[in-house]
Design a protein around this ligand. Structure first.
Ligand code: AMP
Length: 172
């Protein structure tokens, strides 16, 4: 089932910098039947699990997150780069390969006890999703799972997301 999805993902060598093999999901998302299958496969996993919110990480996580939330009849919450969200925010700063990055979420985006799925296109080292998991669990959310289209297993991002469960449709 996922073989065709995998084939539709484009490898772009040396983007955004030398040595990175970028997994480009735009070539998957533009195919109507494949995009639908991608969303359906994620959706079926969580239907009936009482998901209140899907938390999408800027920017490709918005595509995955919003489509999944719609499928589940859940709300969608945005985690964005600094300075983009208009109201009061909580911030998480995390370490990248070179330097640091920050993500923000509205302080009133999640209520204590709400059940959430964190969604992004790809899990690499887990730094990004790990920071988001900390942010939303500090707000009192119950993280049911962190969901990705692609996981780069050798980077062991799952480790940074512990104790939260991780699911990915496609693994490399
Ligand atoms: P990380 O924090 O290392 O898990 O990186 C995950 C974030 O960086 C996700 O938002 C991805 O969209 C992006 N990313 C990291 N590595 C890649 C890659 N090889 N191909 C595409 N996106 C990537």
């Amino acid at each position: 089932m996922t073989e065709q999805l995998k084939k539709a993902i484009r490898d772009v060598p040396d983007f955004p910098k030398k040595g990175i093999l970028f997994k480009d999901i735009t070539t998957l998302c533009k195919e109507p039947a494949l995009f639908q299958r991608m969303v359906d496969m994620l959706g079926h996993r969580y239907i009936g699990k009482g998901v209140d919110l899907v938390v999408g990480i800027e920017a490709r996580g918005f595509i995955v997150g919003a489509a999944l939330a719609y499928k589940l009849g859940a709300g969608v919450v945005l985690v964005r780069k600094p300075g983009k969200l208009p109201h009061k925010t909580h911030k998480a700063t995390y370490t990248l390969e070179y330097g640091k990055d920050t993500l923000e979420i509205h302080q009133d985006a999640i209520e204590k006890g709400q059940k959430v799925i964190i969604a992004d296109d790809l899990l690499a080292t887990g730094g990004t999703a790990g920071a988001v998991a900390k942010l939303v669990s500090d707000m009192g959310a119950k993280i049911l799972e962190c969901a990705f289209i692609v996981e780069l297993e050798e980077l062991n991002g799952k480790e940074k997301l512990k104790p939260h469960p991780v699911f990915s449709l496609i693994k490399y």
